[in-house]
Design a protein around this ligand. Structure first.
Ligand code: NAD
Ligand code: UDP
Length: 323
């Protein structure tokens, strides 16, 4: 489906900036709305000056988006605005709850008013620490509502609920449950596993694996995730769709893979387990494959290698002999 004009909340973030770029490449006019609480201006560097791109600096949780003037007329509103790394949402608990609650409602109001399709960037965290494996969309999850991750998990669960309520009012809504995504532009300091391991490996510092490292994650390259988000937005399925890579890996093995690909001498160091850390996470993507014809194409080795190359400038310059 071709979108003429899209509003991307959270467009200055990691996933959002790649989504803006892909939409522009497909010919869409893009308005990015972001308050830069975790996003960065340099993520948009390649887009500045593009006549089909516009930036609005604003907190989607604080006030309804009322004054878009002649910028109205969207056919896609994609709501990605939310802190997403545990380190960020621990630091911004109330802002995270507001981005998922009031923020989602404000984005839905705009979609309703302008007749746009609405896409919610939800998360595998709605499954919490899952008791069913791999996780299909009809699994209802195992979330601790008062645990440290609750501000994020419960905000996203609320966001799915209010999106469903607007669907009942006639808005065309879509929900993508995104699993761990990595790639260029993740903040080296955002505390998530992939950028942390890469930063540590490139500096030959200890790679910090939490707990025993036996917990698993399934890593999806951002290019695959963005294609998946646009497949969900364009498709006919209104119920949630898992977007992720089903190649499940142990965190300790990922640490070793990053070390190998970076050509690093880093030791692996086990640190305290993170509280409420999900033990296993792996998407069941049968729905996305059957109904949207989408599946990830970039394997972890290929994607991590190119992400490490993009980050290689972080490696400290070698000290010249004799200095
Ligand atoms: P990110 O932190 O890089 O990007 C989030 C963006 O939203 C940032 O630019 C931030 O400044 C902006 N933002 C946050 N609150 C806002 C507000 N109230 N008003 C306006 N802008 C606001 O994170 P990301 O990894 O790019 O995640 C993007 C979305 O995808 C999030 O909704 C996240 O929950 C979802 N998601 C990401 C992953 C992943 O692995 N990256 C996995 C599951 C879901
Ligand atoms: N993790 C780790 N070392 C780090 C950061 C994270 O071992 O320096 C672990 C973390 O405890 C979790 C996994 O890596 O088991 C993925 O963490 P991330 O924060 O990337 O994502 P999420 O927990 O939201 O899936």
């Amino acid at each position: 489906m071709f979108f003429h004009r899209a509003l991307i909340t959270g467009g200055a973030g990691f996933v959002g900036s790649h989504l803006c770029e892909e939409l522009l490449a497909r010919g869409t006019r893009v308005v990015c709305l972001d308050d830069f609480c975790t996003g960065r201006r340099e993520n948009l560097a390649a887009l500045r000056g593009n006549p089909r791109f516009e930036l609005m600096e604003r907190d989607i949780g604080a006030a309804p988006v009322l004054d878009l003037g002649d910028r109205e007329g969207f056919d896609l509103v994609a709501h990605l605005a939310s802190p997403a790394s545990p380190e960020h949402y621990f630091r911004l608990p109330l802002a995270t709850l507001r981005a998922g609650s009031a923020g989602t409602e404000h984005a839905l109001e705009l979609a309703e008013r302008t007749g746009a399709r609405f896409l919610l960037a939800s998360t595998s965290e709605v499954y919490g620490d899952p008791l069913v494996h791999p996780q299909p969309e009809d699994y209802r999850g195992n979330v601790n509502p008062v645990g440290p991750r609750a501000v994020y998990d419960e905000a996203k669960r609320y966001a799915e609920a209010i999106t469903t309520a607007y669907r009942a009012r006639g808005v065309t809504t879509r929900i993508a449950r995104i699993f761990n995504t990595y790639g260029p532009r993740m903040r080296a300091d955002d505390g998530r596993m992939v950028p942390t391991f890469i930063r540590q490996a490139l500096r030959d510092e200890p790679i910090t694996v939490t707990g025993d490292g036996e917990q698993t994650r399934s890593l999806c390259h951002v290019d695959d995730t963005v294609r998946g988000l646009l497949a969900v937005a364009s498709g006919e399925r209104a119920d949630p769709v898992n977007i992720g890579n089903p190649d499940e890996l142990r965190v300790r093995d990922l640490a070793e893979l990053v070390r190998e690909l970076a050509g690093s001498r880093s030791p692996i160091e086990h640190i305290a387990a993170a509280p409420d850390d999900p033990r296993r996470r792996c998407p069941d993507i049968a729905v996305a494959v059957a109904e949207l014809g989408w599946r990830p194409e970039i394997d972890a080795r290929t994607g991590l290698r190119s992400t490490i190359t993009a980050r290689a400038e972080e490696r400290p310059a070698p000290v010249a002999p004799g200095r």
